[in-house]
Design a protein around this ligand. Structure first.
Ligand code: SAM
Length: 287
């Protein structure tokens, strides 16, 4: 698998404006780096899934910058192979407290656990889900809130688009016993299995499609995806969610909010919506 590295150098004061402009390409977040001897400048880098051509992304970003009347010092987009991406990305991921007292520690980073926090160790390989992204964090927060009133011994938690399995590991930490993760990508399903084993969490991990490869039902379902798969999956998820169950969805960026909203309200009652940066996360129940 390949990735597109996109880098923009701009005035530090323009950081927020520029990151908002290209946030929807940055599933894995945006890296901010100082530039030596030029403290007024900042380098912003993201790794985009190469669904589009690097040149197309660059042209699109240049157009957005012009429309927003923002001048940058430079902009570059080029393809990286998987191993280069790994080396580029992993060095920036830091241990992060995803919930109070629960720290996600990248397997390749040191963490001095002076406060005796609960540690979930994640080897992210090339799968999304290191805990640094707003969508993962907000799903974890809502998972905590809505699992509190459930019988944790009996609940099944299904994580659609499990990635590294991070949300299953958080669910296990919260006390949920029956855990199922599903991902269409084989590398993600394999990584989720490894992370569950390494954290001594028992979970069923399925590589496949929700409709055809998961036959059960669940009282708690998580789906931190993007708008396109959510549009397809939102009706299917209804059949897998128990009647008193809660569905938590995320991965909805500001720009596509109006587009997804009718798909949500057609089948679901919105209990709660949280916004973190440009990302929207919902807790839903069946209508
Ligand atoms: C944004 S990541 C979320 C990872 C993790 N759950 C988290 O919250 O950090 C989305 C994941 O969904 C997977 N995915 C995308 N479309 C899917 C689909 N239709 N069914 C299952 N998984 C899907 C991707 O392979 C990716 O691993």
């Amino acid at each position: 698998m390949q990735w597109i590295e996109v880098s923009i150098v701009c005035e530090r004061v323009a950081t927020d404006e520029v990151t908002t402009l290209f946030d929807d390409y940055a599933d894995n977040g945006i890296i901010e780096e100082d530039i030596e001897e030029q403290p007024n400048l900042i380098k912003l880098t993201l790794y985009a899934d190469p669904i589009l051509d690097a040149d197309v992304i660059k042209e699109d970003l240049e157009k957005r910058l012009i429309e927003a009347n923002i001048t940058v010092k430079s902009i570059d987009a080029h393809i990286l192979d998987e191993s280069t991406w790994l080396n580029s990305w992993q060095q920036y991921i830091e241990p992060t407290e995803i919930l109070p007292n629960t720290v996600i520690k990248p397997a390749w980073q040191e963490y001095d656990n002076v406060d005796n926090k609960t540690i979930i160790e994640i080897d992210s390989d090339i799968s999304f889900g290191t805990g640094s992204h707003e969508t993962t964090r907000t799903c974890a927060e809502l998972l905590k809130v809505y699992s509190e009133s459930m019988d944790l011994d009996k609940v099944t938690c299904l994580d659609i688009g499990t990635g590294t399995g991070i949300l299953l590991l958080v669910a296990a930490q919260l006390g949920i016993k029956h855990l199922v993760g599903i991902d269409i990508e084989e590398y993600a399903a394999n990584q989720a299995k490894i992370n569950c084993e390494n954290n001594e969490v028992h979970a069923e991990i399925i590589c496949g499609n929700l409709d055809t490869d998961f036959e059960g039902t669940a009282q708690l379902i998580l789906a931190n995806l993007t708008v396109d798969p959510l549009k397809i999956l939102l009706p299917q998820i209804g059949k897998k969610l128990e009647d008193n169950g809660i569905l938590i969805i995320s991965g909805i960026i500001d720009d596509r909010y109006d587009e997804i909203l009718p798909y949500i309200t057609e089948h679901w009652h919105i209990i709660e919506e949280r916004v973190a940066g440009p990302w929207h996360t919902f807790a839903l129940e069946k209508l």
